[in-house]
Design a protein around this ligand. Sequence first.
Ligand code: SF4
Length: 336
Amino acid sequence: MNAHPQQIWTDWQAQQRAARISTADLLAEVGLSAADFPAGVLAAPDFPVSAPPHFRSLIRRGDPGDPLLRQVLARGEEALPQPGRLTDPLEEADYRAAPGLLRKYRSRALMIASGACAIHCRYCFRRHYDYGAAMLTRAGEAEALAAIAADPAIEEVILSGGDPLSLNDARLDGLVTAIAAVPHVGTLRLHSRTLMTIPDRVTPALIRLLTGTRLAVVIVAHSNHANEISADVAAALGRLRAAGVTLLNQSVLLAGVNDDAATIAAHARRIFAAGMLPYYMHLTDPVDGAAHFDVDEGRARLIEAELRGMLPGYLVPRFVREVPGRTAKTPLADLS
Ligand code: SF4
């Protein structure tokens, strides 16, 4: 699996800093060139290329079709005209309740805790997001927390981003402590891809932080392919499970990455073995620059049906799409 040399890293923040890489250096690292891609690659994309060393070490050398490489390499398809594609496909700007706080659901509030992700997924629906305007800042934090405290209907606070595990422990601890001080909030959820990209992020200090709160802690990780679940990732998940953290996974259905039932089934079995259950399989959002990842609904339905014949129900993720204007995710079966 680890086919090319990897520096030994111990410091997760150093790994985060080392994630940014040029397209040319990424290609060189995996033994490929621009000529290996029919539509070419983008030398300096607006959404820069970023993938932490651990994730890069799992890319198969010399394979332009590698499913992990496809998620992080800026391919020429991104620059092709994409009529009808949007920069804010979920119209999230409409749900801002306070600085850094989105409110789509009555019982849950979502904090844009960080604008940073160590990895830049090329299909990301927030790749054009104006984090400067939307992100939780220290100045806006009091207002966001006051909005949560003022509404007893909010039972769960979701830290999202960006990636909340890109925050340092002191900042994360401050947020968790402040949220735990709101009596009607019982659950803290973190949406994070860092578990897969920098498993060393799961330090003893992070475990202490997550177990030292009265809140029930749920982490919804984001992985798309079994090759992302390395031994180091599985060990990090094991540490979280042993600490009592509930682990769920969400994926995005991506052409050329996981758009067949056998690949999704292998991923589901792998994450289950690592202590995590599949949760959602999102169909792509119509974000500008990512049309080459789309899988049409008809094909998605066939894949979902095939999975039901292959896996026990608890290992089949819920296939959903976010429909602008609808607060809840729409199951694939309910899309016309
Ligand atoms: S980790 Fe999530 S928010 Fe960050 S780039 Fe990937 S899809 Fe986007």
